[in-house]
Write a protein that binds this ligand. Sequence first.
Ligand code: SAH
Length: 204
Amino acid sequence: MVDTQLVPRGISDVRVLEAMRSVPRHLFVPDAIIDSAYADMAMPIGENQTISQPYMVAIMTELLGLKGYEKVLEIGTGSGYQAAVLAALAKEVHTIERIPALSVRAASKFRAIGLDNIFAHVGDGTLGLPENAPFDGIIITAATPDIPAPLIEQLKDGGIMVVPVGERYSQVLIKATKRNNTLLKEYHTPCVFVPLIGEFGWNG
Ligand code: SAH
């Protein structure tokens, strides 16, 4: 997966490549599709949700520029795979999921592979996690019409947010760096994520 899908498309952060070699993606997909766990695509994980394509996980992670000391917030736990990759690269990861069954399942995977620096929360991630803020990095793994204001507030000055912003069925991946309370935005690859549903996202 790393050598055929990530390196040829330009993923070059050696720590990201190493993390994606080491996190067992097959543990995070349903048993019925375990044979395709490392395939070059997003896949269904139940509850109408998906695990992102490996390349999308890699580029989003690379854009966060993690060095190892960071506290990171993920919105949209889903399968838990992205959170597991982040946990291999940062000090502490908080991940929020609105569907309790997915959160519980992901948390059991984190325990199974001994990741004790991920904290799984259930709730509306568009509100962030004020009790654990501020964060060095925030990643939203669902599509949003706009960057939710509470998340901007909970990002440290100098912190980085990676988020797919756009229409319901097509978005652009944005890397936003917070400087003096404004966001400096860089536009990256087009993408398609399931919707972020919540107070500062889409209505159910
Ligand atoms: N990061 C995941 C993929 C996530 S798919 C992985 O690695 O597998 C997007 C997830 O966002 C879905 O599970 C969906 O239920 C969740 N979601 C959507 N809106 C949300 C919200 N407001 N708060 C938290 N989670 C949300």
